[in-house]
Write a protein that binds this ligand. Structure first.
Ligand SMILES: *Cc1c(COP(=O)(O)O)cnc(C)c1O
Length: 504
């Protein structure tokens, strides 16, 4: 433990002392009303035991806690597959404009033309970027987009008389892909990757048949490699009436360069909170629009934004083949605003430049580290690079240890142990946000850590050393999480002596 006060902050419950208040109200000048009389059974009698602190104490408490956070505003966040890019401040400014932030979802259409215009314009931009024909902005995240996309596929097959039985998912896929297929009622067939980490086209051809609903494919794949047989793959599926679902989480490698709709994808999701800079981490909110080809358009969730003959935008609920709603109202509107601001501020050339810079940055890191870290797949990298810990494991140092040591150098760890096809993976995605100077700092840290792993493995396996809490037992934390604070019996005032921390 460091002696610094910000590093030793107890729980607010532990700081509590009876009678303290963080507010002072004017004397009551209206008749007091009994809560029970007003609310009936909805009035809570036992309000639990809440911490009692003064205003400065509670302000300091949360401000001190906030200094424990790592943030993209503080440094690089090379978490592969997550595209932790910077969200320009102007996006936040626009999303907070009163007319936008305070618009009510039940506002009449005639008074919502501006908000509908934002949605329509974002849809048009995303359709252009993906090369698709139609889109829904409703899903709240990538995984939710996958769910929606597979529901569209299911509805499409059902409309032809047979929902089909299985969905093929490569072994390099994000875990949400097989989970989605299973939740939508499909059997999941696992497809082993070829030696380059891509789709084994012959193996695919052997398993696709009239019971195949779709292949879920991430392109570029989770090892950051472009699927160069993509046209062939789409043809194999289409020949049997199966569809190609593209997991678009890695669109940061494609925007402005190539379009999934042009290389055969039938339906895909986008992660606005990855590719289009809206902030993520810490639980959202996110946004996972689903773009599709014409054949799937009738099944899109309701409502659909449409321009009427009166020139105004309308929400159309009258869609008999729709899979129904997947989320309340229209999706996470604030995310639409941020994504649209990002797209418009960049323009087509800016978006293309962004893609090129993201790919350049990943390849710069690859070139500067491949002499020290094992590169399991030599295929050209797109926007992320995947190393393995093979050379470090001979000294007992694993990817998770290297990642923890990175914290001591002031960086957020990269993604560890994913994708699963690379044992001991180090998955690094810098995004275009990083300057050459920042990349060099990261590279220096990674090179220094590789040397430490040779000379002093113990330093790495016991990292981090610079944080308030050192190495956690992550297995126990995941298997036996303590998610609820257990206080003293109801009505007992909190004091430092009955600190609940002592009961854990
Ligand atoms: C992030 C990601 C997802 C899931 O997206 P969420 O928005 O986190 O639900 C799916 N597939 C891939 C490849 C991803 O990187």
């Amino acid at each position: 433990m460091t002696p610094h006060i910000t590093q030793n902050e107890p729980l607010s419950f532990e700081k509590s002392s009876p009678g303290k208040k963080a507010y002072r109200l004017a004397p009551l000048d209206v008749p007091e009303v009994d809560a029970k009389a007003l609310l009936g059974d909805a009035a809570r009698e036992d309000t639990g035991t809440l911490p009692e602190l003064s205003e400065i104490e509670i302000i300091r408490h949360f401000t001190r806690l906030s200094t424990w956070n790592y943030a993209i505003d503080l440094g690089m966040y090379p978490l592969g597959s997550c595209t932790m890019k910077y969200n320009p401040r102007v996006n936040e400014f626009v999303s907070r404009l009163a007319g936008i932030a305070e618009a009510h979802p039940y506002q009449p259409e005639a008074l919502s033309q501006g908000a509908l215009e934002v949605m329509q314009l974002l849809q048009d931009c995303l359709i252009e970027i993906t090369g698709m024909d139609a889109i829904t902005l409703q899903p709240a995240a990538g995984a939710h987009g996958e769910f929606t996309g597979i529901l569209l596929i299911r509805a499409y097959h059902e409309s032809k008389g047979n929902a089909r039985k299985h969905v093929i998912v490569p072994d390099s896929a994000h875990g949400t892909n097989p989970a989605t297929a299973a939740v939508c009622g499909y059997e999941v067939i696992n497809l082993k990757s070829n030696p380059d980490g891509g789709i084994d086209v012959a193996a695919l051809e052997a398993i696709v048949n009239e019971e195949t609903a779709a292949l879920m494919l991430t392109n570029p794949s989770t090892i950051g490699v472009f699927e160069n047989q993509i046209h062939k793959i789409a043809d194999i599926l289409h020949a049997k009436g199966a569809l190609l679902y593209m997991d678009g989480a890695n669109m940061n490698a494609l925007v402005g360069k190539t379009r999934p709709g042009d290389f055969g994808a039938d339906v895909m999701h986008l992660n606005l909170h990855k590719t289009f800079s809206t902030p993520h981490g810490g639980g959202g909110p996110g946004s996972g629009p689903v773009a599709c080809k014409k054949i799937l358009e009738p099944f899109l969730p309701t409502p659909v934004v449409e321009r009427g003959t009166d020139g105004l935008l309308h929400l159309n609920y009258d869609r008999p083949q729709s899979v129904g709603r997947v989320r309340m109202f229209y999706g996470n509107f604030g995310m639409f605003v941020r994504a649209l601001a990002y797209i418009l501020a960049n323009g087509p050339d800016g978006l293309r430049q962004t893609t090129e810079d993201a790919v350049l940055n990943a390849n710069y890191i690859r070139a500067k580290l491949e002499d020290l870290y094992e590169l399991p797949y030599k295929t050209p990298s797109m926007h992320e690079v995947v190393f393995s810990d093979k050379r470090q494991t001979k000294n007992g140092v694993k990817t998770g240890d290297l990642a923890k040591r990175l914290i001591d150098y002031g960086f957020h760890p990269y993604t560890t142990s994913f994708p699963l096809i690379v044992p001991g993976a180090l998955m690094i995605e810098p995004t275009e946000s990083e300057s050459r100077e920042e990349l060099d700092l990261f590279i220096d840290a990674m090179r220094q850590i590789a040397r430490e792993a040779e000379e002093n493995p113990e330093l790495i396996t016991s990292a981090p050393h610079s944080t308030r809490i050192s190495r956690l037992d992550e297995t126990t934390a995941a298997r036996k999480p303590v998610l609820r604070w257990k206080g003293p019996a109801a009505g007992t005032p909190l004091t430092p002596d009955n600190s609940p921390a002592k009961e854990w």
